[in-house]
Design a protein around this ligand. Structure first.
Ligand SMILES: *Cc1c(COP(=O)(O)O)cnc(C)c1O
Length: 471
């Protein structure tokens, strides 16, 4: 292998930073969704790996020639699909610094700064989001950790709950046949997946009916729980979604918590998308009931200008989490850990290895600034409310779900086929990108307003496009 010299690294690195800045500033020139067909990207590349090193300039040129056509532009201001995945310059640099250091943060001793920075960042975020103190690392029984994704956080929550419900013994953990979990049909797919991984099959998952706002009906939860108890089963885990993926519905956490408390069920609150909204003090209602939750997650990698991956996971019961996930092989022993003086985050997650993710959060908070994130969140919420007014004023459209934050679901009164055709035609223009969903059997178009640079003109153009194509 040819050795890349430090001078070459500097030169390539500067070129790549320029490339990223040019991309970011010029992203609007691209069609939002990639236009390629399956196999197109691979066909542009040699089938076999090169035998010898090639000039970096050639690699960079192929980034434009080969990779760019296959990119769907999540940083595009007219990206209204899925959910936001907005990045920002400071976070990109923080991630680069983490790559440069190349440390593994599985234990405190493997790089003390990696652990201590992460603990401080989750505590800073607890404070910035106005989360209850029982999630703070300095609390008696709780604490936070950065996970790669909300799916991993949810799985960790389920494993902790399983440990607690099976008497806190790793031997008892095998018997999960009597455990029952609860969520609505609107909960994220990662909930069913996590339960399945934990040995809780579909027959042990209860789909709790929702109301017309797509939020959990707690009277129905209560009935299901009582039926399961009467059948000799053990309700062990319930998920309250604060901002569902499909329509951004908000399950009533305090009432769910009352049922959970009564039956000693673990309450997990999934606010992966919307939780970051609580950075704005007037949106703190998102946190209602969290003081009664056993665990909570939200994603800076969705709505805070922090590039993937960065999920905040908090628990009020770290003992159960550590009980479920601690393993101590000889080669990971350390005096500091044995004295109980430090945190070893490997025991808070499924994988052993972990990246220095807190750096990008630290860079984003210090160099990007929290006011900027709050300003962005407020802009998205305001634009969504304005968009809802435009939609309500057009008799061809109907708004099909409450829209307190930055997601609007609309459909054509002409029905499912017309709505499907509209989404397909709008997306094919490349001028904006929307996602289809089905709400209570009805097709709807999700308009998720969350680009870092998304402004009024982008939302207005997206709406004009939908109106134009609605016929
Ligand atoms: C996006 C989302 C998830 C999944 O998040 P990942 O970090 O991609 O695993 C889970 N729940 C909700 C409510 C979400 O919006």
């Amino acid at each position: 292998m040819a050795v890349v010299t430090p001078d070459e690294f500097r030169q390539h690195g500067h070129a790549l930073i320029d490339w990223i800045a040019d991309y970011t500033e010029g992203v609007e020139q691209y069609p939002v969704a990639s236009q390629v067909q399956p196999g197109d990207i691979r066909a542009m590349l040699p089938e076999h790996p090169p035998a010898h090193a090639e000039p970096f300039a050639d690699v960079l040129a192929d980034l434009d020639r080969v990779v760019m056509p296959g990119i769907t532009h999540w940083q595009h201001p007219s990206f209204f699909a899925y959910f936001p995945g907005n990045g920002s310059y400071p976070a990109i640099l923080g991630d680069l610094a983490a790559s440069g250091l190349g440390v593994q943060g599985m234990s405190w001793v493997t790089s003390p700064a990696c652990t201590e920075m992460e603990t401080l960042m989750v505590d800073w975020m607890q404070e910035l989001l106005g989360l209850p103190d029982h999630f703070r690392s300095t609390s008696a029984t709780g604490g936070g950790v950065i996970q790669g994704s909300a799916s991993e956080a949810t799985l960790a929550s389920i494993l902790a709950a399983r440990w607690r419900a099976t008497g806190g013994s790793i031997n008892a953990m095998g018997d999960t046949t009597h455990l029952v979990a609860y969520a609505t049909s609107q909960a994220h797919s990662s909930i069913e997946k996590g339960l399945r991984i934990a040995g809780i099959g579909t027959s042990q998952v209860r789909i709790v009916p929702h109301d017309e706002s797509f939020a959990m009906r707690v009277d129905e939860l209560d009935c299901l729980v009582r039926d399961d108890l009467a059948a000799g089963l053990t309700p062990f885990w319930v998920c309250a979604s604060r901002g569902t993926t499909s329509s951004m519905a908000f399950d009533p956490t305090p009432a769910i918590a009352a049922v959970a408390r009564r039956e000693h069920m673990w309450l997990h609150v999934d606010a992966a998308m919307s939780g970051i909204g609580a950075l704005a003090p007037e949106l703190r209602w998102i946190n209602d009931g969290l003081e009664l939750a056993d665990s909570y997650c939200t994603n800076p990698h969705k709505w805070m200008g922090v590039n993937f991956d960065c999920d905040l996971f908090y628990t009020a019961d770290r003992g159960s989490l550590l009980g479920a996930l601690s393993i101590l092989p000889e080669y990971l022993r350390s005096a500091a850990a044995e004295a109980g003086a430090v945190i070893d985050y490997r025991d808070w997650q499924v994988p052993l290895g972990r990246r220095f993710r807190s750096l990008k959060l630290w860079f984003a908070i210090r160099s990007g600034g929290v006011e900027q994130a709050v300003e962005m969140i407020r802009r998205h919420v305001t634009l969504t409310q304005e968009l809802a007014e435009w939609a309500a004023a057009d008799p061809r459209f109907e708004v099909v779900a409450p829209h307190p934050l930055n997601l609007l679901c609309v459909r054509l009164r002409d029905g499912d086929a017309a709505t499907d055709a509209l989404i397909e035609r709008a997306n094919a223009t490349g001028r904006a990108l929307f996602t289809r969903t089905v709400l209570d059997g009805m097709v709807a178009c999700r308009i998720s307003v969350g680009g870092r640079t998304t402004d009024r003109r982008h939302v207005a153009a997206a709406w004009a496009l939908l109106q134009e194509l609605a016929g």
